[in-house]
Design a protein around this ligand. Structure first.
Ligand SMILES: C[S@@+](CC[C@H](N)C(=O)[O-])C[C@H]1O[C@@H](n2cnc3c(N)ncnc32)[C@H](O)[C@@H]1O
Length: 404
């Protein structure tokens, strides 16, 4: 890749200069993207989200961060912060009063419009910025099920839930989101639990602990053996790595928590809200693009431009969206979002999905009327980009499920 012919410069906060190689410019052109959106990134603001309940401590937080926090007028709870301020080492951040979160990501969560008592599924949950916002919005009601295929990333999500004290109504599964099938905890919270009735203590969930008991380990080993010997082609069982005390898991028997939602049940008994914040090339994320300065552009070529990888990625996105929709109840809402700006990962996925799922309907995002974004290539979809929105890039599509 010829860096000497670079024709765009990106400045990061420390004013270093990042050349964009020809291959990336071609990638932008092929995807109908105007390369000027990557220019002048040093003028794009950064954002924090204030944890609800800490509004009265705003002045104190400003003093600690040594800056004025200006509210984002179109997104409640979000504030601009000057780009030189590093929040990671601050007391406000370490004690869980503020989150580092881009406003476009906040918009994706707001699009879902969670309401009191919703049972929410976040199918690509890690590292958890959106999951935490969903939990903050739900407050003391409903439940959240977070799924991610990457165990270490989901473990970081668990740490985040604990830090912000948001875990009570959450459960986290390491699983493939394109095949995940477990029922919402609605069943568990609604039924009267008979925790052990003296029969199956071993298979009943007690309060979550990071330490595995000898019995847990023995049972896990037994299940692993059974799966590998008898059903080698079955997708591996989701691994529950965290559950809060009001997540509907404590006191339930394993067979109930791991009950698979079948085709006949999902329309009536699926999740109220589903977020599919799909794996993508992250090309709209300013922070991510800047990382290639250090990783090297050959890494970008290998990870993003390779046609086979791209094909696999768009198949995965369609599979995640399709499965998320399968798990949605009739009348519920699903948000598909990516931080890529390419048509292939956004509009093309949405078009294919709609053509195969007649009960899916795109919905208008009412709150977007006041947002700094533009329409995507398909009416009712939304696009955020640094130039239009002063945020990272984000594509958002909202669907509902009609009766079949
Ligand atoms: C864009 S990130 C999600 C960011 C997250 N929603 C947040 O706000 O912090 C995409 C995630 O999808 C996960 N992922 C990739 N393939 C997956 C799959 N087949 N099933 C579930 N998650 C998957 C990745 O591990 C990654 O954590």
């Amino acid at each position: 890749m010829d860096l000497s012919e670079a024709c765009i410069l990106i400045k990061d906060n420390s004013t270093s200069v990042l050349p964009l190689p020809d291959a990336f410019l071609e990638f932008l052109e092929e995807n109908g993207l105007d390369s000027s959106i990557y220019v002048g990134l040093d003028t794009i603001p950064r954002y924090i989200r204030l944890k609800p309940g800490y509004e009265w401590q705003l002045t104190e937080i400003e003093t600690e961060l040594d800056c004025k926090l200006e509210a984002v007028d179109w997104l409640p709870g979000f504030f601009f912060i000057p780009s030189h301020i590093q929040i990671a080492g601050t007391k406000a951040y370490r004690s869980g009063k503020i989150y580092g979160m881009d406003a476009a990501s906040g918009a994706a969560v707001m699009t879902l419009n969670v309401t009191c008592g919703d049972h929410v599924l976040d199918l690509c949950a890690a590292p958890g910025a959106k999951l935490c916002m969903l939990a903050d919005l739900l407050g003391n009601s409903g439940t959240i099920t977070g799924v991610d295929v990457a165990r270490h990333r989901l473990a970081a999500c668990r740490t985040m839930l604990q830090k912000y004290e948001l875990g009570d109504r959450c459960r986290l599964f390491v699983a493939d989101g394109s095949t995940f099938s477990l029922v919402p905890t609605r069943y568990h919270t609604d039924v009267k639990m008979c925790p052990t009735d003296g029969k199956d203590v071993e298979n009943t969930f007690r309060e979550w602990t990071s330490k595995k008991t000898w019995t847990n380990r023995k049972n896990a080993a037994k299940r692993k053996m059974a799966t590998s010997v008898h059903t080698p082609l079955e997708p591996s069982e989701p691994d529950l790595i965290f559950y809060g005390r009001d997540s509907g898991v404590v006191g339930m028997q394993r067979s109930k928590v791991f009950h698979i939602l079948d085709a006949t049940e999902s329309s009536s008994s699926g999740y109220d809200k589903v977020l599919v914040d799909a794996e993508c090339t992250h090309d709209g994320s300013i922070k991510h693009i800047q990382k290639f300065e250090y990783w090297g552009w050959s890494t970008f070529q290998r990870r993003v431009l390779d046609p086979n990888r791209m094909q696999n990625l768009t198949c995965l996105q369609l599979a995640l969206l399709t499965n998320g929709f399968r798990l949605l109840k009739v009348g519920g809402s699903l948000v598909y979002s990516t931080c890529s700006l390419t048509v292939a990962q956004n509009e093309a996925v949405v078009e294919q999905f709609l053509s195969r799922n007649p009960s899916a309907e795109l919905m208008k995002v009412d709150s977007a009327e006041t947002w700094r974004c533009r329409s995507g290539g398909i009416p009712l979809t939304l696009r955020f980009d640094p130039k239009t929105s002063q945020t990272s890039g984000m594509f958002i599509a909202k669907f509902t499920k009609n009766p079949a």
